[in-house]
Design a protein around this ligand. Structure first.
Ligand code: PSU
Ligand code: MN
Length: 304
């Protein structure tokens, strides 16, 4: 095991005893949500995984190490504002480790770390994708999904993105897109997007079996399991679309670029929607963590 990685006591024990483990990202903690809501959410996600009988491995960079599983103190350190804190993607590991900065892991970075230590299941909110009107702003999440064999549970791609273009790039990258109890690619805040998924699955066991057969061939790509946000908090597409367009126009006006685009759009959409997008975002994160917990359990048990 490379010494750049450290395990929390809980994750170390889970690995020894072959318990199901779910990786969780932390870009949502460092750059996605305001303090202290970010910490509360991170703890909720861990509880949602445990409630399914799996062990959460929240991944983050601290003190020159890649932590797989964070203790309560470490999570607080990572999520409390103060000191340099970077949204970590593939390109940022060496920099953040060498400088001992705090690093919240994006989907791309979480995939790299989780795969390096042998984890198979990962829950997030929504993956990055192709930004609207910016053909070169394609999230590093997409190529990473194309080369990393993990099950990634999400509510689709954040609908601040160009969803049809994002699905095209996922296809190019060889990523399997499954709808979890849905025939439609979820629209992140909304249950609907008008776009189809590759196939519908209804149970954790089905996902486990598809993953087993796919990876047995040596195809090193992710299976994207997309679950719609819970109906009670989902925001209808026509209600959120105008808000997204306004936030997008403001980002262009203010010259916001690179890694700052996604955090800007998420927080602006949250303000403009009076918090309804934020409520959906929090609920879908918890929902995805629970589904990932069930899938992790099914994958440890193996085919029936
Ligand atoms: N989903 C959320 N909030 C977030 C993100 C996803 O609900 O903050 C993060 C993820 O970590 C994702 C990243 O990997 O945004 C994508 O950023 P970019 O578009 O800059 O690649
Ligand atoms: Mn980007």
């Amino acid at each position: 095991m490379p010494s750049d990685y450290v395990f929390s006591p809980e994750v170390a024990e889970a690995r020894r005893s072959n318990q199901p483990i779910v990786a969780l990202e932390t870009a949502v903690v460092t750059h996605g949500l305001p303090y202290p809501m970010n910490l509360e959410l991170a703890r909720d996600l861990e509880s949602a995984v445990r409630a399914q009988g799996a062990v959460p491995a929240t991944i983050g960079l601290l003190d020159g190490k890649i932590h797989v599983g964070l203790t309560a103190d470490e999570l607080e350190q990572l999520g409390t504002p103060g000191g340099p804190s970077r949204k970590v993607s593939r390109r940022d590991f060496g920099l953040v480790l060498a400088r001992k900065e705090k690093g919240g892991t994006t989907v791309a970075a979480t995939l790299i770390a989780a795969h390096a230590v042998g984890l198979k299941v990962f829950a997030t909110g929504g993956i990055g994708g192709v930004h609207r009107g910016e053909i070169f702003d394609v999230s590093a999440d997409l190529p990473e999904l194309g080369r990393t064999p993990l099950v990634v549970v999400c509510a689709g791609a954040k609908s601040i993105l160009d969803l049809p273009a994002t699905l095209e790039v996922l296809e190019t990258q060889g990523v399997t897109v499954l709808g979890y109890q849905t025939d439609e690619f979820p629209g992140f805040y909304s249950r609907e997007s008008g776009l189809p998924v590759g196939a519908r699955v209804d149970t954790p066991a089905e996902v486990a079996e598809i993953a087993r057969r796919h990876w047995a061939l040596g195809i090193e790509a992710a299976l994207l399991v997309t679950a719609p946000p819970p109906a009670e908090v989902a925001v209808p597409r026509e209600q959120i679309e105008g808000i997204i367009q306004q936030a997008q126009a403001e980002a262009v006006q203010q010259g916001i670029h690179g890694a700052k685009v996604t955090p800007f759009l998420l927080s602006r959409v949250s303000e403009l929607s009076g918090g309804s997008s934020l409520r959906a975002n929090l609920a879908l994160l918890r929902n995805n963590a629970a589904i990932a917990g069930q899938i992790a359990c099914a994958m440890v048990v193996g085919p029936k």
